[in-house]
Design a protein around this ligand. Structure first.
Ligand code: PEP
Ligand code: MG
Length: 744
């Protein structure tokens, strides 16, 4: 059948004629009474484009909506469907003009290209028969070829009607912010798609050998990248490449590739075919983490395609200076292949904040924006582009005034950065002599060298779960030890507070999937999970203790709801210490265990909790979300409640005052601490330790250096006292900031 199809493709025929012939060839070879081909139009309708067996009058007349009828179902689900008695299927939609009711047996497959459904290919028989797996495979293989034909033929205008809008006009896209910074540069379309032109195998054995050789070459390439000098320095990059290596050796994947070749495809067409299925599945996944994982596989398939077709266009090509890579999506390894000295930014149509590529972009210091919908089809390599990281916006072919605005912005922010950098060695003390300790919130080993740049006193919160989120499987004990030891080494003499795993809620770890929960933020997460699965907790505690090896260690327990949970966790930690001592291993010279206050109930149990703790940390992100019953990830509700309004500030002050009574150090490690007005509120109620994202240290330090704390402390205290005139704390602070001309 494939040979006949190839001949048909080579014949000098008009597109419709060719399609008619193709459906005939398929029907004949599959001993089917009917073979029909439906094309998905861009209005979402599936149009009958060619048929052998159904009424020819229906061609270009009959349409089905996506999801409607069996054909619509296949297109929507991107999955094959085989039925012995189609009319009895609840999804069957009868179209009288086709004369379809005579046919019982039905096999339909999606026609996929680049993971998108282009159409549906169907064979039918009057008799009841069962189309088996082999036939499904054969039809899928045929569909791969048909997809290529549709995409490159003059039917194109039906799928994407030409429009008369000026495609080259300036355009702005709003996506999501993946990093800080602004990049002005030149578009380089990543276009990882390799065009396969040779679909049908001449010699199956030969194709298998080609596949094997390409796989081997790719594996060697990945190993070489893993051994590459500068890769060693970043645990995050290593993690990702390890995942690639795992995929490259995956037997299931290799088996599916081989099977496609055995069905008559060339090695590259086989890769394309398997990749199409993968992409289709990827696009249907709603779990963003899994989508990212499958994307790694997609990336790998592209490398393989390039090996097989000799198309190395995408790699190491000459980049312009200030290149901004624009892609539908890309794997982290693809990003790493570009010349880093010329890269300024990345813009993706997909790409969530937790995607690997976003994490890598951040650690390479690139400006990145994700979810810039349809941007790839709107720009071309060589176009001017501006990427505004914090705003999550992208300007393509910007007008001169937009460009000038950004040139000014870049100049100002460079000046500001230089100014902040000059503050790094100044002690962080207010004008009236109050010491304020500034600390980093951090989560990846790659962030830690920034301590040098900001001059922060240490890490107030190391979110250990981030490493778990980017790993492909549960990090083993030895891996965790290495990681924590590396973090301590990079922090040097500065203290670092390791928070125990805070998995759950929005922090998805795919290999630890638990049941779907209606309210995951209030669900099975964090220390609740840790105490329920003590193996996980014990391993992490052991790794931390072993990594500390004779150094001091600080452990922070997240999401404590009752004192009892804190005590339980301490017990687990103490047991691990005893265990190490017994086996003669070194233990930390000093061990401090702190509790996070982020569940409101704890506010009313401070006298039980605090005597148990060595230090406390307030997680304002969660505390405020629970106090106000407003989802922190949903700006429609969370933005409505001022986190430093009286009730919230009173709650925070309750903890600050209690910590002082018990003589415990207290740190604020939620986002509040990094925002100047909010930080001022915190200092005004006596909070002297603030932990924040590294980018906030400069602005907050500048505020502190200009601040006289005592007077604002008094005003805030008066405003918070019972019977005070009603004034919002924010108004009061703003007024003070203005009057004192503070740098906020
Ligand atoms: C918080 O809740 O404020 C906090 C610091 O923890 P996370 O943001 O990681 O939940
Ligand atoms: Mg929290």
């Amino acid at each position: 059948m494939l040979r006949q199809l190839r001949e048909t493709m080579a014949e000098p025929l008009a597109s419709q004629e060719r399609l008619d012939k193709i459906v005939n060839v398929i029907a004949e070879n599959m001993r089917a009474d009917v073979c029909s081909f439906y094309v998905l139009r861009d209005d979402g309708a599936l149009e009958l484009f060619a048929t052998k067996g159904l009424d020819r009058e229906a061609v270009h007349m009959t349409t089905l909506r996506l999801g409607e009828g069996l054909v619509g179902l296949i297109a929507a689900e991107a999955e094959p469907l085989s039925l012995e008695n189609a009319p009895s299927h609840p999804g069957f939609a009868y179209r009288p003009e086709t004369g379809e009711e005579r046919y019982n047996a039905f096999l339909g497959v999606p026609v996929l290209r680049a993971g998108q459904t282009l159409g549906v290919l169907v064979v039918q028989n009057a008799e009841r028969r069962h189309f088996g797996e082999d036939e499904t495979e054969a039809l899928l293989t045929t569909a791969t070829i048909l997809a290529e034909m549709i995409a490159t033929s003059d039917f194109d205008n039906l799928i994407k009607p030409g429009s008369d809008i000026d495609l080259r006009r300036p355009r702005m896209f709003t996506g999501v912010s993946l990093t800080d910074g602004i990049a002005l540069g030149t578009v380089v379309l990543h276009d990882p798609r390799v065009v396969v032109t040779n679909f049908i195998a001449e010699d199956v054995e030969q194709e298998k050998l080609r596949l094997d050789a390409a796989l081997e070459k790719m594996r060697v390439g990945i190993d070489a990248m893993l051994d590459h000098g500068d890769m060693q320095s970043s645990t995050d990059h290593r993690e990702i490449l390890e995942t690639y290596r795992m995929f490259a050796h995956d037997r299931g994947w290799v088996h599916r590739l081989t099977e496609a070749i055995e069905n008559g495809l060339t090695a590259e067409a086989a890769v394309e075919r398997v990749q199409n299925d993968t992409r289709a599945r990827m696009l249907r996944q709603t779990d963003p983490y899994i989508r990212e994982r499958l994307h790694d596989l997609d990336d790998l398939a592209n490398r393989l395609l390039r090996m097989l077709t000799g198309d190395h266009q995408g790699i190491g090509r000459n980049l312009p200076d200030n290149a901004v890579i624009v892609a539908r999506n890309m794997g982290p390894a693809e990003l790493l292949e570009y010349d880093r000295t010329k890269l300024r930014g990345v813009v993706l149509e997909e790409g969530g904040t937790t995607s690997h590529v976003a994490i890598v972009a951040r650690s390479l210091g690139l400006v990145a924006v994700g979810q810039a919908d349809s941007i790839v089809s709107i720009c071309e390599t060589g176009d001017d582009i501006i990427v505004d990281g914090p705003a999550g916006t992208v300007h393509i072919r910007p007008t001169p005034d937009v460009e000038q605005t950004y040139i000014d912005k870049v100049r100002i922010s460079a000046r500001r950065r230089a100014h902040y950098a000059a503050l790094k060695d100044k002690p962080s003390v207010t004008r009236d002599g109050v010491d304020i300790t500034l600390l980093h919130n951090s989560g990846l080993v790659a962030d830690l060298p920034m301590l040098e740049d900001t001059g922060a006193a240490g890490v107030g919160l190391f979110r250990t779960e981030l490493q778990f989120m980017i790993a492909s499987r549960l990090p083993r004990l030895a891996e965790q030890i290495d990681l924590y030891a590396e973090a301590m080494r990079l922090a040097g003499d500065r203290p670092i507070v390791f928070r125990l795993l805070d998995i759950g809620g929005d922090k998805v770890v795919p290999y630890l999937r638990s049941m779907a929960e209606e309210n995951p933020a209030m669900g099975y997460r964090s220390i609740r999970l840790g105490l329920d699965r003590p193996g996980l907790l014990r391993t992490q505690v052991r790794a931390l203790l072993m990594a500390a090896r004779g150094r001091p260690l600080k452990i922070l327990v997240p999401m404590v709801t009752e004192t009892f949970e804190f005590q339980q966790t301490k017990l687990v930690i103490r047991r691990e210490v005893e265990r190490l001592k017994r086996s003669g291993d070194p233990v930390p010279v000093e061990l401090e265990i702190g509790a996070m206050v982020e569940v409101p109930s704890l506010l009313f149990e401070l006298d039980q909790l605090l005597p148990e703790a060595d230090f406390v940390s307030i997680g304002s992100n969660d505390l405020v979300q629970f106090l106000t019953a407003a989802d922190r990830a949903n700006p429609r509700v969370s933005a409505s409640y001022d986190p430093i309004a009286l009730p919230r500030l009173r709650a925070i002050k309750l903890v600050v005052d209690a910590a002082r009574r018990y003589g415990l150090p207290i740190t604020m490690c939620g986002e509040l601490a990094g925002r100047p007005t909010e930080a001022l509120a915190l200092m005004a109620i006596g909070m002297n330790r603030l932990s924040m994202g590294p980018a906030s240290i400069g602005p907050i330090k500048e505020l502190i250096l200009n601040l006289e704390l005592e007077p604002i402390k008094r005003s805030v205290a008066a405003a918070m006292s019972d019977g005070a005139e009603s004034v919002t704390i924010r108004e009061l602070l703003k007024d003070w900031i203005d009057r004192q001309n503070l740098p906020v």
